[in-house]
Design a protein around this ligand. Structure first.
Ligand code: PLP
Length: 393
């Protein structure tokens, strides 16, 4: 099997599993317990906070472990919105956000918050001036993704933050779930207030994420209970998950420079082969995109049929977000980029990762363009002869 869907998830890396195992077995204490078993778990949890904080260049107390990227994003958006309600009700976001953010904002609209959903250009980038132009005296939060999961586009985040920072009262949340394995995130210089990450995008465990929030940022906790995570997220902590996230994030960050270079080279090789097929077109930004990410549209062909055919040939690719697979609707991201429905349904996403080898890419170069060309030829034949009269029965 050739796995080209690292944007959906990655396997748990061995070192992260090894780091986690003791906390799933003999070191089982509750970090809130005062006795020795609890203290051991607490020490590991503290160390995980320190590791994540060091990587992001923040402080350990600013890190809140969550059950994944989705929960971190929900905590940031809903927590900040409710805590800032006295100052205003407007939230600015973009049309290409992950559903974790878009649906959290939509949920808040039911309670009197107002959403401004900014459009993006053909590549999926939001205009920093449009963000500045949308700000009013009621704006309390700007929530944006650093890189898009479906088309890989990286937002001009420095320019956007530059505009928003002229209004110090407005909080900025960055969904870095997809970007964190590949782009350096330095919260000390970035100028954001909250950053969400998810471990399973960088070979950590599924169901573990983290929200970094600048010291002094006020959020309303979204779970009520104990005083864990400095009252920001009640519930007994998943120590093994936090340890696994920290171990995987640490290794990923250390290896990043070389890995990004390698992935870009392999991705470009696959991209050039695929874009040579007539009627296949790149989606997302040609340069400002994640290094292992390749997304295309096959005109007049069906992305689902292509991925099924690739699956039969042992290649795992997807049509877009794993969270919306199975939905007959065209992707909200491609629609926001301006693709009409019939074109958006021809979307295929291939995302490379640390396990992807040169040999796998060569095999993909053989199989994927051929499959796409075949599917397009089938569509052309259908268009020329819709009743199938030339097909012998
Ligand atoms: C950009 C982005 N945000 C949020 C999420 C949700 O993260 P999780 O799967 O950890 O809940 C994802 C996962 O696909 C993502 O790509």
């Amino acid at each position: 099997m050739i796995y080209l869907d690292h944007a959906a998830t990655t396997p748990l890396r061995r070192e992260a599993l090894d780091a986690m195992l003791p906390f799933l077995t003999e070191i089982f204490g509750n970090p809130s317990s005062a006795h020795a078993a609890g203290r051991k778990a607490k020490a590991a949890l503290d160390e995980a906070h320190e590791t994540v904080a060091r990587i992001l260049n923040g402080a350990p107390r600013e890190v809140v472990f969550t059950s994944g990227g989705t929960e971190a994003i929900n905590l940031a958006i809903k927590g900040a919105a409710w805590a800032s309600k006295a100052h205003g009700n407007q939230i600015i976001t973009t049309a290409v956000e992950h559903h974790a953010a878009l649906h959290a904002v939509q949920h808040l609209e039911r309670f009197g918050f107002e959403a401004v959903v900014l459009p993006v250009d053909r590549y999926g980038r939001v205009d920093p001036d449009a963000v500045a132009g949308a700000i009013t005296d009621r704006t309390i939060l700007v929530t944006l993704m650093l890189a898009n999961n479906e088309v890989g586009t990286i937002q001009p985040i420095a320019e956007i933050i530059d505009r928003v920072r002229q209004h110090p009262r407005i909080l900025v949340h960055l969904d870095a779930v997809q970007a964190a394995p590949y782009l350096p995130i330095d919260v000390a210089t970035l100028g954001v207030d909250m950053v969400s990450i998810g471990a399973h995008k960088f070979e950590g465990p599924k169901g573990t994420g983290a929200l970094w929030m600048r010291h002094g940022t006020t959020i309303l906790p979204q779970t009520q209970g104990g005083s864990q995570e400095r009252y920001r997220r009640a519930g007994t902590e998943d120590v093994a998950g936090a340890v696994g996230l920290a171990a995987a994030f640490d290794l990923c960050t250390r290896e990043r420079t070389a890995e990004v270079r390698r992935l870009r080279r392999l991705r470009d090789r696959l991209r050039d082969a695929i874009l040579a097929v007539p009627g296949v077109e790149l989606t997302g930004h040609p340069r400002e995109r994640l290094p292992g990410h390749l997304s295309v549209i096959c005109r007049d062909a069906d992305g689902v049929s292509i991925t099924l055919a690739l699956d039969l040939d042992g290649i795992c690719a997807s049509t877009g977000s794993a969270c919306t697979t199975g939905s007959p609707e065209p992707s909200h991201v491609l629609t926001a980029l301006g693709y009409p429905e019939e074109e958006a349904l021809g979307a295929v996403r291939m995302s490379l990762g640390r396990q992807t080898t040169e040999a796998e890419v060569e095999r993909a170069v053989e199989v994927i363009p051929r499959t796409m060309a075949r599917m397009r030829a089938g569509a052309d034949a259908m268009a020329a002869d819709p009743l199938g009269q030339q097909v012998p029965v």
